[in-house]
Design a protein around this ligand. Structure first.
Ligand code: B4P
Length: 182
């Protein structure tokens, strides 16, 4: 099973849900920039307060902050890893490539979870996190299309992209991912 992974997808596609299941079963280090940022927010640090304001508008947090969080974790990693929600734009993807080159652990596969907007909006409204209201969700979807979706072509050109239908039951999506990465 491949164990240097990245899960990509629009907000609510199930990246976090699937990454949790996958890391538990295959004992990987789960690196979710969303979770790490939310931890920073709960600590009420200066950076956390700044991040909260941006996240609650559905925008992307400053690249340098996110990169320093990821770098701090990846340089110490002792097992396989899964990046969830990072990179989210081309600049983050370039920086990731340099970092992985430095630590000699190239990305082995990228899972792109695909699902129509109407299902995403229903899921996120049902989840009801602070950044899950309709106006903010629409902003997050627009930013995804503009900044993050171009990464699909980037990884497809590198021959490491696996496209998975995210509009199915959680265990069905999970089996499809396992099959694609096996
Ligand atoms: P994230 O924490 O990454 O969250 P997300 O994209 O909204 O959700 P995800 O796709 O993980 O969905 P989930 O599994 O939870 O980002 C939040 C914010 O952090 C961003 O807007 C941004 O501000 C900031 N941020 C994060 N990373 C950043 C970066 N690299 N750079 C800059 N800023 C960054 O699933 C959603 C819901 O659907 C859940 O309730 C789940 O139970 C349900 N669900 C999942 N799979 C399902 C299925 N198959 N069927 C039915 N329901 C399902």
């Amino acid at each position: 099973m491949k164990n240097k992974l990245l899960f990509l997808g629009p907000p609510g596609a199930g990246k976090g849900t699937q990454a949790n299941l996958f890391c538990k079963k295959y004992d990987l280090d789960h690196l979710s920039t969303g979770d790490l940022l939310r931890e920073e927010v709960s600590s009420e640090s200066v950076l956390g307060l700044k991040a909260a304001e941006i996240m609650n508008k559905g925008e992307l947090v400053n690249d340098e902050l996110v990169l320093s969080i990821v770098e701090g974790r990846l340089v110490n990693v002792k097992k396989g890893w899964l990046l969830d929600g990072f990179p989210r734009n081309i600049h983050q993807a370039d920086s990731l490539e340099k970092l992985l080159e430095k630590i000699g652990q190239p990305l082995e596969a990228v899972v792109s979870l695909q699902i129509a907007d109407k299902f995403l909006i229903q899921r996120l409204l049902a989840r009801g996190r602070e950044d899950d209201n309709e106006q903010v969700i629409i902003n997050r979807l627009n930013i995804y299309r503009d900044k993050t979706a171009p990464l699909i072509a980037l990884y497809s050109n590198q021959g490491i992209l696996q496209e998975i239908d995210g509009n199915a039951d959680i265990d069905v999506v999970f089996s499809c991912i396992e099959k694609a990465l096996g």
